[in-house]
Design a protein around this ligand. Structure first.
Ligand code: IMP
Ligand code: MG
Length: 174
């Protein structure tokens, strides 16, 4: 299968993803009973995973969506990221960040720092995919769907240059 200039082959089927989601949601439902967690979905990639996962959550909870905007400062060489879309008060809340995939972990590190600054009571992470080899930071990621090698995947919300998010299964670069 081709997306733009890259060839992909089948990797993980929707059924396997569903089983992983069932396993993860059971754990969360137990761990967060009576904790009224606030799920924070990192857009864009995590929206499909989050919609399937959240429908398996049967405890009192809320969900909201955030995004990291990055913009170049002309006066600086670096990129500055900003957390946008957070309307809920996170002070004293038990947060669960929903990510599609964690690669270097830099996106996640920035998000965690920003949420800690806002006084979150606890922060745990649920990610569908974790690239174990590329993770730079020593994170404690509590809920993981699949640990994968440092390879490029698309589908089920994950994109290649904006395309492929609507694929039901996950594909890997050939
Ligand atoms: P990190 O900051 O290096 O952890 O990058 C994480 C972000 O990079 C994810 O939220 C994705 O948007 C993107 N990403 C990393 N690996 C892949 C991949 O294999 N396929 C699609 N997007 C990816
Ligand atoms: Mg993403």
């Amino acid at each position: 299968m081709k997306i733009l200039d890259l060839e992909f082959k089948p990797f993980i089927k929707k059924d396997e993803i569903s089983s992983a989601i069932t396993r993860i949601s059971k754990k969360i439902n137990m761990d967060y009973k009576d904790k009224n967690p606030l799920f924070l979905v990192i857009l864009n990639g995590a929206f499909i995973f989050a919609s399937d996962l959240y429908r398996e959550i049967n405890i009192s909870s809320e969900i909201s969506f955030i995004k990291l905007s990055s913009y170049n400062l002309t006066s600086s060489s670096g990129k500055v990221k900003e957390l946008i879309g957070l309307n809920e008060t996170v002070f004293n809340r038990n947060l669960i960040i929903i990510e599609d995939i964690i690669d270097s972990g830099l996106t996640l590190q920035y998000t965690i720092d920003a949420l800690n600054d806002l006084g979150a009571s606890s922060i745990e992470i649920v990610t569908l995919f974790l690239k174990t080899e590329s993770l730079k930071k020593d994170f404690d990621i509590k809920y993981i769907g699949f640990s994968i090698k440092n390879e490029f995947i698309v589908g089920y919300g994950l994109d290649y240059d904006g395309f492929g998010r609507n694929l039901k299964d996950v594909y890997i670069q050939k």
